[in-house]
Design a protein around this ligand. Structure first.
Ligand SMILES: Nc1ncnc2c1ncn2[C@@H]1O[C@H](COP(=O)(O)OP(=O)(O)OP(=O)(O)O)[C@@H](O)[C@H]1O
Ligand SMILES: [Mg+2]
Length: 360
């Protein structure tokens, strides 16, 4: 058996929005467009990126809630594409999902006891074992057995997310996909839920695919970080390497946008030029090139592949070997080295030229 609990290979999900008429092409959303990554047992991999970059679609593919357009997903060395019917249902016990909005994901007309018991009934587990498991799991997530009699609306937001976590734990999964699990909660409650997830991971050896657009949260919980941009992973790196020396220009921009307590640091923020692109109209070449201060001609034509750059980091960027220059630029965008400054001017001019050419 391999050390990976999850192996995702060249996964794609394209949604056709409109059929092309009169010889025109179909309008297709390339929500996930060739995503590959592995996860080790007990690991937390964070998936980050702007709204609409394909994080939730990746999560739904991994959970088999959607069928992929292409690519494969192996969970614990089993190819999910090969599983159907009863075999898939049996296998499903091993992976669960926690959603952002505990209000929407819990049935309001069911008591917590019934919500938690439901997956056990589906899996034909006997009554005595069901009672025991409901009480045990409520305790594990910091609720009391009395809470089982309540309805979801009788809980606070944080408690409701605890119920969502309890439901995910009922079948003793090995992998939990957490899709923005704390985004809807107050900051103080966020910390409690993150701590709970960390404790559960330690006690139950869980693996988390942790989706978030909040890098402050990701910094607390993840072992590695994967950055998505328009349906593709552009960087995957161990957490410390990612936060200390992000390798992709897009990762740098994301990190520099994290709010800092010291307002004097505002000068270090890097704002990305250009508009946020969409997965309907993916630019050719490197899909980040229209917003990248480091783009060269090659970036407009050739799509860069995800390649290792050492220390467990892989990055999809033609200019990945020029990292030290970027690092300097990133640390204080107002004090660029003369070389960096000249290059930035050059790329800005090239971008203007390109824009002018389009406008003509
Ligand atoms: N069923 C669908 N049909 C058509 N397009 C879809 C469908 N589901 C998702 N999309 C599109 O795919 C793209 C990726 O969506 P997705 O929900 O995966 O993004 P996300 O990264 O989770 O964003 P957010 O941070 O806002 O949750 C978006 O452009 C979205 O509109
Ligand atoms: Mg989402």
């Amino acid at each position: 058996m391999s050390r990976a609990i999850l192996q995702v290979n060249d996964l794609k999900k394209h949604f056709t929005l409109a059929k092309g008429r009169f010889g025109k092409e179909d309008t297709v959303v390339k929500a996930v467009d060739g995503v590959s990554f592995d996860m080790a047992y007990g690991e937390t991999l964070a998936l980050v990126g702007e709204s609409g970059c394909g994080k939730s679609t990746t999560a739904r593919l991994v959970m088999k809630l959607l069928d992929p357009s292409a690519g494969s997903i192996r969970l614990a060395d089993t190819d999910l594409n090969q599983l159907r019917g009863g075999a898939l249902r049996d296998f499903r016990k091993q992976f669960q999902i926690i959603f952002q909005d505990p209000f929407a994901s819990l049935n309001p007309s069911m008591r917590v006891h019934d919500i938690l018991e439901e997956p056990l009934i589906i899996n034909r587990i006997n009554v005595a074992e069901r009672q025991r498991r409901v009480a045990d799991v409520l305790k594990q997530v910091g609720l009391s057995p009395d809470h089982a009699r309540r309805y979801p609306h009788e809980f606070s937001g944080g408690q409701r997310q605890r119920v969502g976590i309890a439901r995910a734990l009922m079948l003793k999964p090995s992998l939990i996909v957490c899709d923005e699990p704390v985004s809807a909660l107050d900051v103080s409650i966020q910390a409690q839920i993150i701590n709970l997830l960390s404790d559960l991971q330690r006690d139950l050896n869980l693996s988390y695919l942790f989706i978030s657009h909040d890098l402050s949260v990701v910094k607390h919980i993840s072992d590695r970080v994967a950055v998505m941009y328009l349906g593709k992973i552009v960087e995957i790196a161990p957490k410390d390497a990612f936060f200390n020396a992000p390798a992709h220009p897009y990762s740098r921009a994301l990190i520099s946008a994290i709010p800092r307590p010291n307002p004097g640091d505002r000068a270090r923020r890097q704002t990305l030029p250009g508009d946020v692109a969409t997965t309907v109209n993916v630019p050719g070449g490197c899909r980040f090139h229209p917003r990248c201060p480091f783009a060269v001609d090659k970036c407009c034509h050739d799509e860069p592949l995800l390649k290792p750059v050492g220390d467990g980091t892989s990055v999809a960027c033609h200019r990945r070997l020029e990292l030290p220059l970027w690092q300097e630029a990133f640390q204080d965008p107002n004090k660029l080295s003369p070389v960096a400054e000249a290059r930035l001017r050059l790329y800005a001019a090239r971008r203007r030229e390109r824009l002018n050419a389009v406008n003509l």
